[in-house]
Structures are given as C-alpha cells and as structure tokens.
Ligand binder design. Structure first.
Ligand code: SAM
Ligand code: SF4
Length: 455
C-alpha cells in the first residue's frame, strides 16, 4: 500500500499505552482507596526484596508556559511555592512508608513535571534525602530527572549527582526560531550545549534530549537542522515525540497558535521519517515508540535482552512491579491496580495534610486486563508477542486474526501461528497495533476526544 494511503488509514486518535486499561477506561466505580492499598501491599510484599519499587515525583511548576505542552503544570514566577510542595510530597511518602511492614527498596526515582529544575538544588536535596531516609537503595538503582535547559544549573546537576542521579533528560523540542516563537519557548542551542557539557563533566552516564515532531511551522529543513544540532551534542538517548495536539485539556495553552500552522498527517509523517533516517545513519537505534538510543545505552541493551518495561513514566529499564507516583496528578501502579492522585495542587496538599492518601480514582485489573496488558507491553517494548492456543475465544480470534491479517497485508507485522512480530515499517504504527488488543477501546469506540492522533 502507498505510504500516503497508509497514513490516511492509520492516522486515528489512539492511546500511548503507558497503562492498560488506559486512564479514560478505568472502572472507577469498583475502585476505592482501600482496594488500592490492599493491591499495593500484596505486590509490595511479593516484590520489594527482589525487584524493589520505582518512585515518580511530579514537580508541577514552570516559570513560563510553552503553548504546545500537554503536561500537568502550574505557571508561576513565585518560588515561595517550593517548600510547601516538597513538604506535602514528603508527607505523602510517609503515608506509604507507614503502610509498609518493611523499608521500601528503591530501584528507581524519576523527577518529572512541570519542571524539576524550577526548584532550587537545596529543595531537591531535602526532597531526595527525605525519601531515602526511610528506604534501602538498590545496588543497581536508576535515578533520573527532567531538566529545562534554560534553568538547569551546574549546582542542580551536581547536587543530584551526589544523591545518586546518573540520568538526565533535557527538553529541547526544536531549534528553529520560528517554531520556538510559536510554542513560546525561546531556547538557544548554546543553553542546551552548556547543560549537556555540565552533565557530562559531572559524570552523568545517560543524557537524553527530548525532540518533538509535528510542531507548528516545522518543515523538513528545520527538523533536519534540529536533529543535526542534536547529533553534534551526541546525547546517549533521544526522545523523538510525536506532537500530541490535545487542545481540549483545560489550561494547557495550546490555543497559542493556529491549527492551520500544524503540519498535516502526511507532512508530520515525513518529518518523523527525516528525523529517523538521520538518527539511524548516526548509529542511534529506534526503541519501540518515540525513543532512540546509542548502542551503549541501557535502554538499547534492555530492549535487546527483552527486559524493557513501560509504565506511566514511559520506557524504563527497571523491573519494579510497584510504581509509587507522588505529587499532584501522579499515577501509581501496583501491577494489579492503578491509582491517580488529585490533579489540582491545593486540594492535593490539603488531603495529604489531613493524613489522607490523595488518590481520587483508579482501576483494579481483572485476569483479562492482566493478560491484555502483557500483550500490549510485549508489543510496545519487544515489538513482538505470543499467546497460547486457548487464550482467545472463537469470537475474539475471528476479530483479532482478521484485523491482524489486514495489518500484515499492509506490511506492518508478520503473523505467526500463535503470535505476531512488528515489522520495521510497522514500528511507526505500533500504537495502532496495540489498539487491536484493546478490549475497552473496541467496546466503547470513543465519541468524545480522549486521545491524540497516532501519526
Ligand atoms: C515535563 S517536560 C520536560 C522538562 C521541562 N519542563 C522542559 O520542558 O524542558 C516533558 C517533555 O514532554 C514533551 N511534551 C510536552 N508536551 C508535549 C506534547 N503536546 N506532545 C509531545 N510531547 C510533549 C516535551 O518534549 C517535554 O520536553
Ligand atoms: S514543556 Fe516543560 S517548561 Fe514548558 S510548560 Fe511544559 S512542562 Fe513547563
């Protein structure tokens, strides 16, 4: 099938599968904070010693609004917000610590946002020391944070390095001044170069740059220039995100540019192809969705070894079955249940100050959810999956095999007797492939806008 026809066929709204079931399909009616705690405790007891736990901490503040951004954030110039927020996160952490019968074994910490580097280095130190005081640190722990190149300082990088951080990702997005103006994010190359050099000098072993394709006014020549500039700094990993246009999310400011300024599905796909080609020519390997890594980076090694995992933080090389999401809007995962924290900052802080778990919604996974979750994880992380002969009913088989045969005819996958393998061409359509397994999506063909488009 011609590339343009393929794009028309597969450019539909679809989840990014950082969870299954995806958040809009959680069955909140059957959920309660007690059920969340019960599921969490069970998995914690089984896996704390072997795999340890992961912690995601959401730090929601940014000084300036980027008009393309789909993250949960609060824009403020006031830094008086830092200490009360850190105190709330530590209170939430202590609620979990007192729930557990033994000290949590921490395999992973990720600071995301918003902008973690909005916070002063001293504040981040108080936060991390407060977490580690009540925990055991795994010998092969992975601590990482997201830094904004415009406000990450040598001191930020050094402070976090001394606390065990070895990974940092910097938001680059695009170097074209016209694009930067449209997304309200003026960020010269020199700023990115400076923080990348600092991180290397200090000893960070995995530096990542976030690029986005599909932004307003992006052209083939500008994406080429952005990728070339990125290659000059040779980060260990590159996230090459597809721009998620989700203007219906309240307060995300995406009305800052006209929708006519966005590249069409076909143009967007060409931008991705341009970037992908350049990265591959320069020895970066594509890892599932959105990510590229040099061969020495653990993300590539983990994919080769079949141990790559995906959760609300995106791809991860750690194996924890428990992910505690701390802070406003964070999502936690105990493998058998999900729970999301109150999204707004003040009500989140109020709940925590009263000693309440700030989880306001979630989902407990049944056996079928767990099976499909595994299939989707296999596809998105290992680009292949398999099943047993009796795993599907006759009706399910008919639906699935029919669709898979169609995808195979389009060259996106190879159908095996009891499984599939995503083809090289199919990598860009991996979300569409996962959607074939998504029971909730099929049962509730979304009428309202819930997801960004897959291309
Ligand atoms: C929390 S930000 C990174 C840290 C810091 N706030 C910054 O901007 O540098 C996370 C990343 O998500 C990506 N992102 C945000 N909104 C997006 C969107 N609408 N579509 C695709 N990627 C997006 C950007 O690449 C951004 O760097
Ligand atoms: S891209 Fe980063 S700095 Fe910009 S608004 Fe989003 S979270 Fe804040």
């Amino acid at each position: 099938m011609l590339e343009t026809t393929l794009i028309k066929k597969y450019d539909v709204p679809g989840p990014r599968y950082t969870s299954y079931p995806t958040v809009p399909y959680w069955k909140n009616e059957g959920f309660s904070v007690d059920k969340w705690k019960e599921n969490l405790l069970k998995t914690f007891e089984l896996t704390n010693k072997s795999d340890g736990i992961s912690i995601y901490i959401h730090l929601p503040y940014c000084e300036s609004l980027c008009t393309f951004c789909a993250c949960h954030k609060r824009i403020t110039k006031s830094h008086a917000v830092e200490m009360p927020y850190i105190e709330a996160v530590l209170k939430e952490w202590h609620l979990y610590v007192s729930l557990f019968a033994e000290k949590p074994n921490i395999a992973e910490i990720h600071l995301g946002g918003g902008t973690p580097s909005f916070f002063a280095p001293k504040m981040l130190q108080i936060l991390i020391e407060g977490i580690l005081d009540d925990a055991v640190i795994s010998s092969n722990h992975e601590f990482s944070f997201e830094g904004h190149p415009n406000n990450t300082t040598f001191e930020h990088l050094e402070t976090l390095y001394n606390l065990g951080f070895r990974r940092v990702s910097f938001g680059v997005q695009d170097y074209d001044p016209k694009v930067q103006k449209a997304i309200h994010r003026i960020q010269p190359f020199e700023n990115v170069q400076k923080v990348t050099d600092f991180a290397r000098k200090i000893g960070y072993t995995s530096i990542s740059h976030d690029l986005v394709f599909g932004l307003p006014f992006q052209e083939l020549s500008s994406i080429e220039d952005t990728v070339q500039k990125t290659l000059a700094l040779r980060p260990d990993r590159i996230a090459f995100y597809s721009y998620a246009h989700v203007p219906w999310i309240k307060g995300n400011g995406q009305r800052g540019f006209d929708e006519n300024n966005l590249p069409s599905g076909e143009e967007k796909r060409a931008l991705y192809e341009k970037g992908r080609k350049l990265l591959e020519q320069n020895f970066y390997h594509e890892i599932g969705m959105d990510h590229f890594a040099l061969p020495h980076d653990s993300m590539f090694i983990s994919q080769q070894e079949g141990t790559l995992h995906r959760n609300f933080m995106g791809y991860t090389t750690t194996q924890s079955k428990v992910l505690l999401g701390l802070g406003a809007s964070s999502i936690s995962d105990s493998w058998t249940a999900f729970g999301q924290n109150i999204k707004e900052i003040e009500p989140y802080m109020e709940a925590v100050s009263k000693g309440e778990f700030p989880v306001f919604k979630g989902h407990v996974l049944n056996q079928e959810d767990l099976f499909i979750r595994k299939q989707i994880l296999n596809i998105i992380c290992q680009l292949e999956t398999s099943w047993e002969i009796n795993d599907w009913t006759e009706e399910e088989k008919e639906y699935l095999y029919d669709k898979l045969a169609d995808f195979e005819a389009d060259g996106l996958l190879q159908l095996q007797s009891l499984g599939i393998k995503v083809s090289s061409k199919g990598k860009a359509f991996v979300r569409n492939i996962c959607m074939l397994f998504d029971k909730y999506l099929q049962a509730n063909n979304p009428k309202e806008k819930l997801f960004s488009r897959t291309i």
